[in-house]
Design a protein. Structure first.
Length: 203
């Protein structure tokens, strides 16, 4: 019995050693495979600040939004000045007005002031919506272009690199910003030109 117990212990020891070896051999094989896959991964990045600075679509859109903002601001200033003129006129004439006229005028001016505040809030909300719309369109345009560009160049990942990103170091050889700017502007130029007319004669 003592010999049988010794034999069983030896067998178990050998089995554990085999399992131990197989376990780490499998892990090593898996690690090698993952590293190989990572080594084959095609990565590039864009400097988002540079792309946005030289993207013609964004330049034009910002200029249009700035013009719209200035018009809204001027309209609000005109309304505010008109109300201020009415208040000044009321203050000049209040001594010659009846109590009923004073009450009616003050109620009217208060209502106009409240309406002006609501109008200002409406303008602010409208501008926020315009900016949000522009940001969405910008994101859609850039990502759509990068999808096509990535497929053409065999890229699997395109990173955004700027002071706010989580990327702390990049190799400049992976920078595709200039290619992306050129491609985006070409697309925008074609879009502005519109579809080319078919000059082929119909037979």
């Amino acid at each position: 019995m003592k010999n049988l117990s010794l034999i069983l212990n030896i067998v178990l020891l050998v089995a554990v050693a085999v399992l131990f070896y197989l376990h780490f051999a499998d892990n090593k094989s898996t690690t090698t495979t993952v590293a190989s896959q990572q080594g084959d991964l095609s990565i590039a990045y864009i400097n988002s600040d540079t792309v946005l600075k030289y993207y013609d679509y964004l330049k034009v859109s910002r200029e249009e939004l700035e013009v719209k903002t200035q018009k809204m601001d001027q309209d609000f200033r005109n309304r505010a000045q008109g109300l201020q003129n009415e208040i000044a006129a009321y203050q000049r004439n209040v001594n010659s007005m009846t109590l009923g006229q004073v009450k009616a005028t003050e109620e009217d001016l208060t209502k106009k002031q409240q309406n002006l505040q609501l109008y200002q809030q409406s303008l602010s909300q409208q501008l926020m919506q315009e900016e949000s719309k522009l940001n969405r369109e910008l994101y859609d345009r850039v990502t759509a272009f990068l999808d096509k560009y990535g497929k053409e160049k065999g890229l699997q990942v395109v990173l955004k690199y700027d002071p706010t990103s989580d990327v702390l170091h990049v190799n400049e050889a992976l920078d595709i910003s200039q290619d992306v700017i050129k491609g985006l502007n070409e697309e925008y130029k074609q879009e502005k030109a519109g579809p080319k007319a078919d000059t082929t004669a119909v037979k």
